[in-house]
Design a protein around this ligand. Structure first.
Ligand code: FVH
Length: 309
């Protein structure tokens, strides 16, 4: 085996590193990847970075990162490799450039994707001798390294145990299990909550602005309303798990009537109803299928068993 001057096998230069913090390599220096690299640099950890467009590494290099010229060089530099790029097609392109240096390392892929893509990437990395963790970042770049950020992980439990102290520098960690598809599944489910919330907020703001009211003067009413409504989530979850869609809050019938007003008012205000009509269609279907006295949670059953086209 070829060795470098210090007697370490080539491709394992990180073994020379002094100190207790093992080096990390961050691949992908977009908004999120840069924030991840900065969190490790802040900790004083040797951080090697690589980006397809090399100019993006300059700021981090000025902050102390080692800028690798190739993917293989970035991977050779550390036992822990974080990848955060556009999509899994990009992840695959990157991993294929790694060659043999991948063996013996841990790849933590924080790119947004589907459970099936995560499982495929896990199988591919295992074939190349690396441990694999998939991750879902529940934060925006500015939150990385703060107490508000948390990251979901799934895949190799031994890799998670070994690297948890390092990964905690990015935000809270939540390990979901050995199936690498779990982190992206939970990530996408939580994003669904976020998009639902923003969809509702955007429609509401459009309504309010159409009569000349500033969004800023409306949101102080929205925040306590959302907190009050979200307080009911554990009770809703309990009822759903028990397959109990009865309600003492409001029936599908009542929501159906309310929705007619909601749509009519939006049209009168000249606002598109694109964000809200899908919900109306589901409420109408629930009533048509004989569930008018059930609560809104009946919709969960309906979308789990969609109508065939
Ligand atoms: N930004 C956010 O708030 C969210 C929070 C939750 C997690 N997401 C996911 O993180 C992934 C990266 O998102 P990002 O915000 O960093 O995205 P960009 O700033 O647009 O950077 C994209 C990077 O991807 C590189 N890239 C794209 N295609 C390729 C490729 N074929 N080969 C190699 N790298 C590629 C791109 O490189 P370049 O354009 O600078 O050369 C950027 O480094 C994403 O999955 C989010 O969903 C972020």
């Amino acid at each position: 085996m070829r060795e470098n001057k210090q007697g370490n096998p080539l491709g394992q230069e990180w073994k020379q590193t002094e100190g207790h913090l093992k080096p990390v390599s961050v691949i992908g220096l977009g908004m999120m990847g840069s924030a991840l690299a900065q969190a490790f640099l802040k900790e004083g950890r040797r951080t090697t970075v690589w980006n397809r467009t090399p100019g993006r590494a300059e700021t981090l290099a000025a902050e102390g990162a080692v800028s690798a010229r190739t993917v293989a060089e970035a991977i050779a530099a550390s036992p822990l490799i974080l990848i955060c790029v556009l999509d899994y097609a990009a992840v695959q392109e990157i991993l294929e450039q790694a060659g043999d240096v991948l063996a013996g390392r841990t790849v933590v892929n924080l790119t947004n994707g589907s459970p099936a893509q995560a499982r495929q990437t896990a199988a591919w990395t295992a074939e190349h001798g690396a441990e694999y963790l998939d991750g879902g970042i529940m934060a925006v770049p500015q939150m990385i390294g703060t107490s508000g950020a948390f990251v979901l992980y799934s895949g190799s439990s031994s890799a998670f145990e070994a690297w948890q102290p390092a990964l905690e520098k990015l935000g809270g960690t939540k390990y979901l299990g050995g199936d690498p598809g779990l982190a992206p599944l939970y990530d996408l489910a939580l994003l669904s909550v976020m998009y639902g919330m923003y969809g509702g907020l955007f429609h509401a703001i459009a309504m309010i602005r159409s009569v000349g009211v500033q969004a800023e003067s409306f949101t102080p009413l929205v925040v306590p309303w959302l907190s009050a409504m979200s307080a009911s989530m554990p009770r809703i979850a309990q009822a759903v798990d028990a397959n109990d869609h009865r309600t003492d809050v409001s029936s599908l019938y009542i929501n159906q009537t309310g929705f007619v007003n909601f749509i009519a008012a939006s049209r009168e205000l000249g606002i598109s109803t694109e964000l809200i009509t899908p919900m109306q269609a589901l409420i109408d279907r629930g009533v048509a299928e004989g569930h008018g006295t059930d609560g809104l949670t009946r919709i969960i059953e309906m979308i789990q068993h969609p109508l065939s086209d």
